[in-house]
Design a binder for this molecule. Sequence first.
Ligand code: PA5
Length: 476
Amino acid sequence: MPRHDQPAWRESMRVRFDFNNAMSAAVGAQGLDDREISRLDASIRQAHATLARRRRAGELEWMDLARATDVVREILDFVESIDGRFENFVVLGIGGSALGNTALSTALNAPYHNLLTLTQRGGKPRLFVHDNVDPDQFRGFLRVIDPEKTLFNVITKSGGTSETMAQYLIVRQLLIEQLGDRHREHIVATTDPKSGELRRIVDDEGYRSFPIPPGVGGRFSVLSTVGLLSAAATGIDIDALLAGARYADEICGEPDVWRNPAAMNATIHYLGYGAGRTLSVMMPYGQALKDVADWYCQLWAESLGKRVNLDGEVVYNGPTPIKALGVTDQHSQVQLYTEGRFDKIVNVIAVRDFRETVTIPAGFPPSAGVNFLGGHTLNELMSVEREGTIVALTEAGRPNVTFELPEVNPFTVGQLLVLLEMQTAYVGELFRINTYDQPGVEAGKIAAFALMGRRGYEARRDEIRRRRRTDPAYII
Ligand code: PA5
């Protein structure tokens, strides 16, 4: 039995959620008390029941991604079939079709994975995730990689996002120029199984492809083929990742808010939002989790920033996520968090055991201000710095919560991602908004189609041009 199926090991690897410092006993007026939380109990139970009902009805497919073991097998078979063939695995995607890939790689591949030799990487390819269309960066990238040794994974759920498809067209031309008929072997597509431009292209060109379940939106797709393919290709244990995700799902099966970490943090953020704490800072203490904060920002922002609620009333709902990194941002943003406006809830992610222990050597005995560090470890320093920030925030009356990972491994990261997804889903229910649409993002996509001259969007292009006024008086 793999260790991630053993109850004792799972328990030892459980991500713990500590919300002591969100309570008034710790932070005074900005905190919550038990009664406030319990008063929301009926709403949380209602949210829980709604999510469960919608899940049973097949409306929330993202919740069941971790159980799709056939997909895992298919991915692992593909990865085996390309074993040793490519030195570079390049993701072309954006938003939910890129952020999870980066988050998984930063968290679970070795630091500086791309700088290791092929042998040090266990024969696995380097990973590059291109989620921008900066011409200098993209051309510069294409100059440094060898197409012969590169596999491009084009990821787009809709199959027509301008940025991704533009990258794809550029890459395809390059591959045709350099590899001729073999160019198709260097492209693998991840897209909707039936609809969209990319699906049509896949069918015509005969590319290898992986389906994104139709009901799974971009920002909830990290545990689908979107995130799993690049993870498996670069050597991440996706079985353990999904086992962690299933464990978090079990934990979140608990309707009682006092026993369900995702529901509790949703409650803390929902009640906080009502009291003016509208900013949610995500601050991992660990470089490996830096890009989980980036992924969280999209999840939170795109899911919860909504103009109308489910009744069609204009609400301009908008808790704003902020990414920070411990300890780096202690010397940047933490000043604002401890002394600025009382509008934030800080989510710390702590790592109990790092993979490495790094001892600080003693040196310069006459310099007491330096010498005291000798004999300690960077691990201790990281931990006391985190404690220091938490103490400073708490003493300044700033609500903060901590997710503690026993260590950063596929099982704990899988848990963390699902806890944050579930938390977002609960808050969306409490706000009574549609967590899963993104009309604001779609509006930008349509404007790009119109301005780039896509057929069928002429009227929109004319409208945009008519409205665009640039008064030289306002340009200095
Ligand atoms: O979460 C979302 O739905 C978006 O951020 C999308 O992931 C993003 O716009 C990219 O869309 P697509 O995968 O269709 O190219």
